[in-house]
Ligand binder design. Structure first.
Ligand SMILES: [Mg+2]
Length: 123
């Protein structure tokens, strides 16, 4: 099983959960995909939260990094489409709406997103 996970507002939303999940899934391939670049302390964040992973893809990744004026959301969705993980965790509707089967999406929902959903639903 291949699992792709975002960092900000995803791992950082529930770090204990993602630490336990990534530790428990022995045999799974875990790829972290983030819009952070190599100056933004992604590895430090992952170490701080005890996240187990096989690969970290940053927006300035030498092979899969963002090019030209590609929007960050589009870049990330393209990376996930290229990787075709079985499961993808992210918090951004601008990204997750672009992900097609067979990848299954789990969208994290913090207080800001809950407020946005409530507003969108007229509640
Ligand atoms: Mg995020």
């Amino acid at each position: 099983m291949h699992i792709a996970i975002d960092i900000d507002q995803t791992i950082t939303h529930a770090p204990e959960f993602f630490s336990a999940l990534t530790s428990a899934l022995t045999g799974a391939t875990i790829t972290i995909v983030t819009v952070r670049d190599s100056t933004d302390g992604a590895e430090e964040t992952l170490r701080l939260h005890n996240i187990c992973y096989d690969r970290l893809i940053l927006s300035d990744d030498p092979q899969l990094g963002r090019t030209g004026d590609t929007e960050y959301d589009e870049w990330k969705a393209d990376v996930i489409t290229h990787l075709k993980p079985d499961i993808f965790f992210d918090d951004s509707p601008e990204i997750v709406h672009r992900i097609q089967p067979p990848t299954r999406v789990f969208m994290c929902c913090d207080e800001v997103m809950q407020g946005w959903l409530a507003k969108s639903l007229g509640r």
